[in-house]
Write a protein that binds this ligand. Structure first.
Ligand SMILES: [Zn+2]
Length: 169
C-alpha cells in the first residue's frame, strides 16, 4: 500500500527515530508499504520517518526496481565504515522541487537487520553510499537541506515557507 510522503516542516521528519525492538506484523507492513511507496514515487530510497513512522527503518534501491537484487531493507542500521568524499546534486522526496550539492562519503558500509530480522551488512560506493548517508540522516531527523550552509539553506527554507503560506506545499 502506498502511504503519503511527509514534506519538510512536518515534525516527524525533524526528530530522531526510535529503534525497532521486535519484528511485529506492523513493522512488516511498514516495510512492505515503504517499498511500494518508494517505487511509486519513484525514488531511490525512503526512510520510515518520511511516511510518518518514527522508527529506524529505511529502504533503498538505486536501480529503482530494474535489478532484482537491488532492493535493500535496513532495520536499526548503523555505520560500520565510511570513507572518502563525493560532491553531487541531491534531492529528497520530502523536499520536492529542490536540489543541492551535498558532501557525502564515497564509500559506506552499514549493518542492520533485513526484513526477515536477519543481520545484514552491505557495502556501498558512489550513489549507494550517498543513499545510505541520506537515509541514515533521515533516521536522525536530518534532511539534506540541514546539511547546507548559509545562503543556500536560507534560500530553500524561505521558498518552502512561501509555498507553505500559499497552500502549495
Ligand atoms: Zn530524503
Amino acid at each position: 500500500m502506498i502511504r503519503p510522503i511527509l514534506k519538510y516542516g512536518d515534525a516527524v521528519l525533524h526528530n530522531a527515530a526510535a529503534a525497532v525492538d521486535a519484528m511485529t506484523p506492523e513493522v512488516e507492513r511498514l516495510v512492505s508499504d515503504m517499498i511500494d511507496t518508494m517505487y511509486a514515487a519513484p525514488g531511490i530510497g525512503l526512510a520510515a520517518t518520511q511516511v510518518g513512522a518514527a522508527l529506524r527503518v529505511f529502504v533503498v534501491d538505486v536501480s529503482i526496481g530494474r535489478d532484482p537484487q537491488g532492493l535493500i531493507v535496513m532495520i536499526n542500521p548503523e555505520f560500520v565504515e565510511r570513507d572518502g568524499m563525493q560532491l553531487e546534486e541531491e534531492g529528497c522526496l520530502s523536499v520536492p522541487g529542490f536540489n543541492a550539492t551535498v558532501v557525502r562519503p564515497q564509500r559506506a558500509v552499514i549493518r542492520g537487520l533485513d526484513r526477515t530480522g536477519a543481520e545484514r551488512q552491505v557495502e556501498g560506493t558512489g550513489l549507494l553510499a550517498r543513499a545510505f548517508q541520506h537515509e541514515m540522516d533521515h533516521l536522525d531527523g536530518t534532511l539534506f537541506v540541514d546539511r547546507l550552509r548559509g545562503i543556500k539553506r536560507d534560500l530553500i527554507v524561505r521558498k518552502i515557507k512561501r509555498l507553505s503560506r500559499a497552500g502549495n506545499w
